[in-house]
Design a protein around this ligand. Structure first.
Ligand SMILES: C[S@@+](CC[C@H](N)C(=O)[O-])C[C@H]1O[C@@H](n2cnc3c(N)ncnc32)[C@H](O)[C@@H]1O
Length: 255
């Protein structure tokens, strides 16, 4: 039997980016193609594959930040896992509104959402978080290194960065003269995102830089993550993660 309240009725009136199985028994319909749904499920399993062994019995004390939380899918699952507190932030007010509907539908009291552009976050205004997620954001940004610097400053234990990966360029580059050179530590591909007003998954700037895998590891280490590891996708992963065209990197902070 379905038990809907007014919040669930509002949720069910439209289509969503994520599947939510609502407490009343019904599920959200999706506006993405059916084959894309697996990308969310794959990433959720990869996330818990890292976090469950790391945090094991301590979930009730764990604080989390989900940067670019969209409708709050990963935020919701962290809260449901029983973390102490999870803050989801996204630049788009519509997403924050949607995420709050989901929070209310589940009656989750350990979740908070705020509309925030990552580039307006001053890490000094926040306590650090045990876990920081930055999924699906880096490759929409014109300053991905600045964004990584911010999430590093906010991380107490582990930051999971999930992103599209660009083909890499390595070797040496002339530096002012053929006699001098510098080593390239991977590369950043330039991407045009012309649909920023119509596409709710886009960045805000219209130009994005996508890192190669070498660049992403090198930058994360350079910013102070003491250990960086690629998270292995499950056997039935979405093709993008299975082929490492998208990757999830766990960046750890000592102490
Ligand atoms: C591809 S979606 C990814 C959503 C979610 N993290 C996931 O991986 O499923 C990109 C999200 O980033 C948000 N976003 C784009 N630019 C942002 C910025 N500068 N600061 C914060 N959020 C941003 C968008 O509103 C959107 O929700």
């Amino acid at each position: 039997m379905f038990v809907e309240n007014s919040i669930e009725r509002e949720i069910l009136e439209r289509r969503w980016f994520y599947r939510f199985a609502l407490p009343g028994g019904r599920q959200t319909d999706l506006y993405i193609p059916p084959e894309l749904e697996l990308i969310h499920d794959t990433r959720r399993r990869m996330m818990f594959g890292v976090l469950d062994p790391l945090l094991s019995q301590t979930w009730p004390e764990v604080t989390c930040l989900d940067v670019a939380c969209h409708e709050g899918y990963f935020t919701h699952h962290l809260a449901a896992r029983g973390c102490k507190r999870v803050l989801g932030v996204d630049a788009r007010a519509d997403h924050v509104y949607s995420a709050n509907l989901i929070r209310k539908a589940y009656g989750q009291t350990n979740v908070e959402y705020r509309q925030l552009n990552i580039f307006d976050i001053n890490p000094n205004d926040f306590e650090s978080f045990d876990v920081v997620l930055m999924f699906g954001l880096l490759y929409h940004l014109e300053n991905p290194i600045g964004a990584l610097r911010t999430v590093k400053a906010l991380t107490r234990k582990v930051c999971l960065v999930e992103t599209q990966i660009a083909p890499g360029l390595e070797g040496d580059i002339d530096w002012g003269s053929y006699q001098w050179s510098r080593q390239m530590h991977g590369s950043l591909a330039v991407i045009d995102e012309p649909d920023i007003d119509e596409n709710p998954e886009a960045g805000l700037a219209g130009i994005a830089l996508v890192p190669s895998v070498t660049a992403l590891f090198w930058i994360m280490k350079r910013l102070g993550f003491t250990k960086c590891e690629a998270v292995a996708p499950p056997e039935d992963a979405h093709e993008q993660l299975a082929c490492r065209k998208r990757m999830m990197i766990a960046g750890y902070v000592d102490g």
